[in-house]
Design a binder for this molecule. Sequence first.
Ligand code: XBP
Ligand code: MG
Length: 250
Amino acid sequence: MQAGPLKAVIFDVDGTLVDTERDGHRVAFNEAFAAAGLNYRWGIEEYGALLVTAGGRQRLEHYLQSSGHSPTEAAVLAAQLHRDKTQRFVTLIGTGAIKARPGTTELIRALREENVATAVATTGTSDWVLPLLDIVFGLDVFDVVVTGSDVTDLKPDPAAYREALARLNVTPAEAIAVEDSAIGVHAARAAGLQCVAVVNDYTRDQDLRGAAVVVDNLACAEGVSVLHGDPRLRAGLTVMALRRLAQAVA
Ligand code: XBP
Ligand code: MG
């Protein structure tokens, strides 16, 4: 097949490259609550609902306000808890407990071998995103990394994707986003990108209709479940499949 216009693939982090929310961020938030002497604890299901707010600090702030704290108190407490949560999460990352989702490492390698640039656009903060990417994948496998610390507006706002496209120096038609969530798909689409959604337990039932393709994994020994889009993706998400997708919309 002739090479398509695909020049870059931009990956989301939480839920996409790594499954961090339930057993990573959520646990660190709960440890921060406990260390601050607060009785709040986020259960697995409750945390899934809270994820509609991107950004851990913003998530805390909304939650604290809805729990009766004044806006000023909530803002100060959220900032303090978020600093502590981030440190705790960085410690967890250092233990090697956070692993790449199946197929991500191989796909990144294959893209780079075919001279397709690889990038990250996340709303997570750089204090943990950079060490995590370094430990799990190696920072040098990404041409561009845009974190929530680099933009004012978080997903579903397209700012992180627009910034990644600008730094990559490619147009939206030359790139594809890989996301796991409705707010992520919305952000990518709002930046003009085609999107592949790879779901996890928190995002499986979300409205991902903006994605051209929805799969339950990037690769899996038993085969990938294609929830929406090209059934050939059962064999896994390959560079050729991504090129086909880019060509289909070119
Ligand atoms: C997911 C997020 C982040 C994380 C927590 O980002 O919304 O807020 O839940 O990280 P993405 P912080 O899916 O875009 O990678 O506490 O640093 O915000
Ligand atoms: Mg995500």
